[in-house]
Design a protein around this ligand. Sequence first.
Ligand code: COA
Length: 320
Amino acid sequence: MTSRIIGTGSCLPDTVVTNDFLSTIMDTSDEWIASRTGIRERHLVKEETTASLSIEAARRALAEAGVEPEELDMIVVGTLTGDHITPSTACEVQAGLGAVNAVAFDINAACAGFIFGLHTVNAYIRSGMCRLALVIGAESLSRIMDWSDRSTCVLFGDGAGAAVIRAQENGLMAYDQGSDGEKGKYLACPNRTNNNPLVQTDKILAYTKMDGQEVYKFAVSYVPASIQKVLEEAGIAPSDVKYYLLHQANLRIIQSVAKRLKLSQDKFPISLDHCGNVSAASVPILLDEVNRKGLLEKGDKIILSGFGGGLTWGTCLMEW
Ligand code: COA
């Protein structure tokens, strides 16, 4: 028994923020951002929350799958920007949907969060503990950016993507995942303050700091290696995969992965131009866009791959 995706959905906040707008509030330009990253605009939350985006993305995925919320056994949300420390975003989604029979919890694996969620659900499915699940990647990253740090804040956006997963004979074919905590310092958001009466600490602000070049080096070496591992395990040639749906961090990273695998750029769909980097939400938003454009046919093989904070990475090969 394995996991098959039977419906996808996504939801982006209403407000679009262009590079040109950013250049009116900080020292940057459309030319600098677009030429280094491929990003032209991103959606940022105003009234929306991580939970509200997740619930809407989930409703759309359930509608496509023809599944009622009460049928769900599990809800797993990959996020590093849940609206509260507790309850989890997954529990808020459960309440919002009325998925009364689902066990619900979040996974924090940063930009690999959706993939880790998928692999976790797959493990539950293989053990017989789950039959029908919802996996979501959702973020409100704009809340944890330092908007005076132009080297980081211009890269990220907000949004949510969801997939309904059913236990079936065909679907997830092979996977790889890993973590390298030694490199965690290269992409970090230290936002916990100790408020107990025994310790006096300076207030630590909740913003994200990144060593862009170290993260870039990590991505262009670990991601192709992870993809190759999965392809070898499944005995599949790189050209047999229809699409490679990679975490949307930077166009140059995606181009480098395509080059390493000796594949045409056409096999790597892009959403970062209009979404920016949405961390855990990047892969499911892209998957939903590709699905809704009618680009996937039954039996197609696709690779999903996420990588980022932790540092973490995860890749899986799926039959559609
Ligand atoms: N607008 C204009 N100039 C900017 C800028 C911005 N938004 N951000 C940084 N700069 C400036 C820097 O201050 C620096 O100026 P200086 O040379 O006068 O000091 C110059 O541009 C080059 O900065 P640098 O950080 O060396 O740029 P870079 O070529 O490494 O590109 C990234 C920066 C972030 C685009 C690149 O490192 C990257 O994409 N890394 C991967 C990050 C990533 O994808 N993270 C998420 C993974 S989940």
